[in-house]
Ligand binder design. Sequence first.
Ligand SMILES: [Zn+2]
Length: 258
Amino acid sequence: MGVPGNPAPAELAATELFAVDAYRTEFDASVAEVDREGNRVRLSRTAFYPVGGGQPWDLGTLQTPAGTLTVTEVRRQRGPIWHTVEGELPSVGDEVEGSIDWARRHRLMRTHTALHILCGVIWADYKIPVTGGNMEPMKGRLDFPFPAMSADLGAAVEKRINDEIARAHEIVVDFLPRTVADTDPALIRTSANLIPQEIDPLRVIDIVGLDRQADGGTHVLSTAEVGAVRVVGTESKGKDNKRIRLEVVDPEGDSTHE
Ligand SMILES: [Zn+2]
């Protein structure tokens, strides 16, 4: 482990396991609430990431005393996280063992991190902030208010991203007090100061030396772990809105250097 970030609030660390350890794939918990109409359960703690910030929810299973439930959807609803399941619902107080689909989650972590590298590169080279985006496992897109876009932008950006991957920047999950976060130029640039003040400390993903953003998602520990990136499209979505699409590929299967 490298430089540790400021620790997470104890309550968050104890209940939202993905927020402090993106590599945790199994956990035990007790059933806190059951919504029979919605086929949903709320747990005392979870490693399942709820959809948010452009990152899809995790899939996986919950082992209950009555059998195995398949988790098909995970969403936060005004605070609590609900797991929509297929199978016989457990009762409040039952002990369950959760297991997330790690192959899929790790692909999302690599993809989410690749998108942050893209943000960092576009800011460093063009001083243009990101305005939106989305991802699925191994592919994603971000929008930037470029006034114009040169034909070779995609190739240039792809090379820059892969160079930053090769530099193996460390990635730290930090929890910054708002008094510190709200004066951080990188966080102001990404509008973190507009997040409600009750959210204190602010969870920050720091790709050390490249990009810092307030973020709830899951990321890998080093840019090297992303593998390789291919820019597969650059599109104009209007006068001041340009979209960059990328794919994450395994270094062995990388065809960008052919
Ligand atoms: Zn993010």
